[in-house]
Write a protein that binds this ligand. Structure first.
Ligand code: AMP
Length: 201
């Protein structure tokens, strides 16, 4: 089973690395940013509600996101694993996810924190040229990340689930490291499950 959360600031390469990892692990890449951008493009009710927050670099309110995650994780393709990219984004979302996973009898094996220095993040986002990649919006997204998402690093570290990866290397080097981490976490989870079964725990 592969169940992974990708943390890390905007522009760290989460989306790119998630795609590579998901292709090899054969699990769905669940990106709340991608889901929201598709909703904006399709002009759905969700998209219309989310658009203003997104173009300002603010987080979309939790009530628009939580139900969406609950539904997505209950889809058939998520039964055998998943990679969450861009969720959870604040402590409330992390607590929600914790309860949801407990409810559906799943556990996340590893939380990966992709680390990239700020000046490199800004350079990467400016080069990407997405609608919310203008300099003032980028600055706000970084601020929002520091205030709301970064506390999750301590939270998952405290639960001994966090692994940090230097995201400021060649793309292939980052991918190789990620693959190794996920393989290791999967093996560890299997050993844990077997030991638990043997001892009746
Ligand atoms: P991303 O592609 O992950 O960088 O997300 C792009 C934008 O979508 C963010 O700046 C937020 O406005 C919104 N967004 C994505 N994921 C979330 C989330 N989990 N909670 C709230 N807003 C989100």
């Amino acid at each position: 089973m592969t169940r992974v959360i990708f943390l890390g600031p905007p522009g760290a390469g989460k989306g790119t690395q998630a795609q590579i990892l998901c292709a090899s692990a054969e699990v769905p890449h669940i990106s709340t940013g991608d889901i929201l951008r598709a909703a904006v493009k399709a002009k759905t009710e969700l998209g219309q509600k989310a658009e203003g927050y997104m173009s300002a670099g603010e987080l979309v309110p939790d009530d628009l996101i939580l139900g969406l995650i609950r539904e997505r994780l209950s889809e058939a393709d998520a039964a055998n694993g998943w990679l969450l990219d861009g969720f959870p984004r604040n402590v409330e979302q992390a607590n929600f996810l914790n309860e949801l996973l407990e409810e559906i009898g799943q556990t996340c094996e590893v939380v990966v924190n992709l680390e990239v220095p700020d000046d490199e993040l800004v350079t990467r986002m400016l080069a990407r040229g997405r609608k919310d990649d203008q300099e003032d919006v980028i600055r706000n997204r970084l601020e929002v990340y520091r205030e709301q998402t970064e506390p999750l690093i301590d939270l998952y570290n405290g639960r001994k689930q966090l692994v940090s990866v230097d995201g400021n290397q060649e793309m292939a080097a980052v991918s190789a490291e990620l693959k190794k981490i996920v393989r290791g976490a999967k093996a560890e989870a299997q050993t844990g499950a077997q030991t638990g079964a043997q001892t009746g725990a």
